[in-house]
Write a protein that binds this ligand. Structure first.
Ligand SMILES: *[C@@H]1O[C@H](CO)[C@@H](O)[C@H](O)[C@H]1NC(C)=O
Length: 245
């Protein structure tokens, strides 16, 4: 457990203190390219800087948010960082080039289902952790070494992509697949909007309806926070669990 000890320690930090930065920052992975590491001990860094581990920093100078579309209307990538209460998620989207450029793409609409900071922070496991990795590789080795860092990064990308739906407007009761391939739909219940992950693994036999089976893990939408040219930002009171389907 030696190698893993610091992660355990950080996990408890993450869940008990608002100091998410301590956790993110300490995972100083640098997978694809050598990047200057963020000095997380430095209190001068903004909260946003501290939220994300160095290995997630965008590679290259042109992160999606900086590209221009030749159109002055705001797009999702403009408003996401300014939406209150979801900075952790917003920052994560910016750390994957494929995702940030998608949010900046005025020609393809998306609905972003951004979980509140508190929902991300109170997860029973971290967004980059997958119980299957632990089962297969063991707690010590799951995220060790370069392979482990790749694995963590892939898990994290999937976490973010599970919260992005490639259409907008997204009609009620319409089943769509998130960018990570998770089937979702939303329904109105009273004055609440509920997003539901759907099982994609059930065969459509045994006289079941053709619709995918509803899963536990429904999440209440707190607000539709933004509507812009290429889509909407919804704020969720929970996270979409990639394992609940
Ligand atoms: C994209 O979103 C805009 C703004 O909501 C909407 O007017 C437009 O019809 C959408 N386009 C598609 C293809 O859904």
């Amino acid at each position: 457990m030696r190698a893993f000890g610091s992660i355990i320690q950080l996990i408890s930090l993450f869940s008990t203190v608002s100091s998410a930065g301590a956790l993110w920052g300490s995972l100083r992975y640098s997978t694809h390219q050598q990047q200057p590491l963020v000095s997380v001990g430095n209190q001068q860094h903004s909260v946003m800087d501290k939220l994300v581990p160095a290995f997630l920093k965008p590679q290259g100078s042109a992160s999606g948010g900086d590209l221009t579309t030749g159109d002055d209307r705001p797009v999702v990538s403009d408003v996401l960082p300014k939406t209150k209460g979801i900075n952790i998620f917003a920052q994560l989207t910016r750390d994957f080039d494929s995702i940030s450029s998608r949010l900046n793409d005025g020609s393809r609409n998306i609905t972003v289902l951004a979980p509140r900071n508190s929902a991300v922070q109170s997860l029973p496991r971290k967004p980059w952790e997958d119980p299957e990795d632990y089962a297969k590789l063991g707690e010590v080795n799951a995220y060790e070494g370069n392979d482990g860092k790749e694995r963590a990064r892939d898990n994290l990308r999937r976490f973010v992509e599970n919260h992005i739906v490639p259409i907008s407007p997204w009609p009620a009761d319409e089943e769509v697949e998130s960018l990570a391939g998770k089937k979702l739909k939303w329904t109105k219940e009273g004055d609440k909007i509920i997003v539901r992950p759907l099982r994609s693994d059930l065969k459509q036999n045994h006289g079941l309806t053709r619709e995918s089976q509803l899963q536990p893990g429904s999440i209440e939408v707190d607000a539709v926070a933004e509507k812009v040219a290429n889509g909407e930002v919804w704020v969720l009171n929970g996270v979409i669990d990639s394992k609940s389907g």
